[in-house]
Design a protein around this ligand. Structure first.
Ligand SMILES: Cc1ncc(COP(=O)(O)O)c(C=O)c1O
Length: 361
């Protein structure tokens, strides 16, 4: 009654909460429709591997016990898979948590975070959370303009976030160019190379970035089980980081940041990489087909190395396109400037999406 509660930190009140893609059930309820198709959150439409499902059913009986805070078995399996030592890895409640933890460790108010316009939205949120300044020069051809970015590095730059491939544009930075940029970054800046979509990259294009981590003290590479491994709902991300970075993350992380079901599921998913590869192969084929179909409709399709396409519509704002598709039961992610991001679904879902787009054009 007129009494104000405690004031939040001033930088917090500036933050726009993250807007997740609308869940299917919500769209169906609101529009009174059935069989809505969600192509908005870059999930793996096939769901987890059968081995993951079996492992989870067993693990459910153990949820009264705290998880293994060190993720011993998952860490060991990842290390074997990646060819590194278990202690070289960091694990988190999704790679999203690792992005936030890196912000907590490195950002003082007034520091600068460098990334790009049209990069992953969480990067600017991390800067805002810690009262740091987010510096985002424009992209060139929907890709990080590394030359221009290098010119924005100052004595205040602490973190440089690069998603490769990028979300939402889907583009990949060429290996040599990326390497040249990282070599130029001064040692007071930490480069965070976010490879959430790594598995979807056509093989010869993917770089050996984990090797680069060992060569310097200012590079972290992050990956996730949320996309190709289909575990978005369980939240497991991981990365390789230099010793100092790992020690600092240990200081700030929740002692049980990766839950027990997530650990079991990720372990089972790693043991069934054939399933993951099948999902990726499907996605790569479907990526080609859909790109062609959308181009035929006269839309601009940005070449993608991910499980989604960034598409430009003529004259219509992305939000409007999103609304029109929503009315037809297709959930996509709109972006400013006539763009929408469309995650690849199953063939029938994608065909439904193509039909809905034809209707609005
Ligand atoms: C580029 C990028 N990085 C990180 C994430 C976060 O992934 P998660 O927290 O599910 O591991 C996403 C999710 O969409 C992403 O697109």
């Amino acid at each position: 009654m007129g009494v104000k509660g405690p004031a939040a930190r001033s930088c917090i009140t500036q933050i726009q909460p993250y807007q997740p893609g609308k869940p299917v059930a919500e769209v169906e309820r609101e529009l009174g429709i059935r069989q809505a198709v969600k192509l908005a959150s870059n999930e793996n439409v096939f769901g987890p591997s059968p081995r993951v499902r079996t492992a989870l059913r067993k693990a459910v009986n153990q949820v009264h016990i705290y998880p293994d805070g060190a993720c011993y078995y998952l860490r060991a399996a990842l290390a074997r898979d990646l060819g590194c030592r278990p202690d070289e890895l960091i694990l988190g409640n999704g790679s999203n948590e690792l992005l936030v933890l890196l912000g907590m460790v490195y950002l003082n108010a007034g520091d600068e975070v460098l990334s790009s316009q049209m990069s992953f939205v969480v990067y600017s949120m991390v800067a805002d959370l810690l009262g740091a300044k987010f510096i985002a020069p424009p992209m060139r051809d929907f890709t990080y303009d590394l030359e221009t970015m290098a010119g924005f590095i100052t004595s205040k730059t602490k973190l440089i976030f690069i998603a490769n491939p990028n979300n939402p544009t889907g583009t990949l930075i060429e290996k040599q160019a990326l390497r040249r940029f990282i070599d130029r970054v001064p040692t007071h800046c930490l480069v965070v190379l976010d490879e959430a979509y790594y598995e979807y990259v056509q093989r010869p294009l993917a770089g050996n970035t984990l090797d680069w981590v060992r060569e310097r003290n200012n590079l972290v590479v992050l990956r996730t089980f949320s996309k190709a491994f289909a575990l978005a709902g369980l939240r497991v991300g991981y990365g390789m980081a230099p010793a100092k970075v790992r020690e600092n993350i240990e200081r700030v992380r929740d002692p049980f940041n990766v839950n027990s079901l997530a650990q079991v599921a990720a372990l089972a998913a790693l043991a069934d990489k054939a399933y993951m590869r099948k999902c990726v192969a499907y996605t790569q084929t479907e990526r080609k087909r859909l790109s062609k179909e959308l181009l035929k409709l006269g839309l601009k399709v940005i070449p993608s190395q991910t499980n989604f396409l960034f598409v430009k519509f003529p004259r219509t704002e992305g939000v409007q396109v999103g609304q029109s598709l929503l009315q037809q039961g297709i959930i996509v992610r709109p972006f400013p400037g006539s763009y929408v991001r469309i995650t690849m679904g199953k063939i029938a879902e994608n065909n439904k999406m193509l039909k809905a787009i034809k209707n609005i054009l």
